[in-house]
Design a protein around this ligand. Sequence first.
Ligand SMILES: *Cc1c(COP(=O)(O)O)cnc(C)c1O
Length: 402
Amino acid sequence: MSAPAEAASPHTMNTYARLPVAMERGAGCRLWDVNGNRYLDALAGIAVNTLGHAHPKLVPALQEQVGKLIHCCNYYHVPDAERLAAKLAALSGMTNVFFCNSGLEANEAALKLARKYGHDKGIANPQIVVCEKAFHGRSIATLSATANPKVQKGFEPLLPGFIRVPLNDIEALKKATDGHPDVVAVFFETIQGEGGVNPARAEYLRQLRQLCDERGWLMMIDEVQCGMGRTGKWFAHQWAGITPDVMPLAKGLASGVPVGAVVAGPRAAHIFQPGNHGTTFGGNPLAMRAGVETIRIMEEEGLVAHAGEVGSHLKEALQTALDGTAGVKEVRGQGLLIGIELDRPCGALALRALQAGLLISVTAERVVRLAPPLILTQAEADEIVSILVPLIKTFLKEKAAP
Ligand SMILES: *Cc1c(COP(=O)(O)O)cnc(C)c1O
């Protein structure tokens, strides 16, 4: 496959190691590049395109909205923002929402909430507990909360005010926070996406909920990647039967229109007052319409339950097909967020999959990540398996074990 001329970027900054392809259009779980090659999308623009591409119910709604009003600014009420907030509150069991434009912005707002929560209680130097292998974004605050040294390198000094602990170890967390009266919040992902598809165990989530209640900490769960129905529940923490105090969302929330949200329960819902926080674009009529319509279509089509079912089918099919393959450590995840961990770096698989007509990604160097649109059919799931499994097996035979 030769790279088309469009697959060069001399004037955009060199921030991404891009694959040699430029996409032109999509329909459902298929994308076509500028040369007319067709791909099966098992990544959904990194867990963003909830409804796939050019969804026949979403497109006319957004076309109508563009013709009516794209942006008006937050000096005025935005009825669809109130609608979307009410919907998110109902689905999450929480109460109030702040809208912004991306995942890092949602996390940035959550970190500000936690610090102000502390200051309001007279804590001058608030500390936030974060996890090893976490990814929360690339602003200065969110890269400081992130665990990956590659994300942080070159951007020091990092922000102080974080205490880092291993995931799924409540005793380690208690030990790390002992003698720290300034802790105000814990902040972590239900399933670490960029960190390699690492789930927080349900039991751990329940222990953490209890600890936060006992100590008056905010439980803040970054569901930017794993939320919005992807795991087979609206929010991944709901599998543990708990409700956080603060939940940043973004990626899948508006099926591709940029949007972020911080959903808050009673303990955190009224911390921000006029003047504390804001954003020009956040919650604009186009993004809010996209969010409202995305959830409406998800409900009409039963996509949350579907994601759980087709995701289980996909994971089991991968586990069966890869069972006993030397070099495959684990196939894990929930619903349509699946990781296949190998025992060696496998970044090269993203290009090989592309050349075979399949879009995937590799995170944490050794984990093939699948995050397809929630409209994925069982036949498309089987097609993912039939393309991906031989690629993995060939790769493992060619590349020496570590
Ligand atoms: C992608 C991601 C972010 C950052 O979102 P951006 O929109 O890229 O800023 C934050 N947290 C998690 C868990 C993510 O997966």
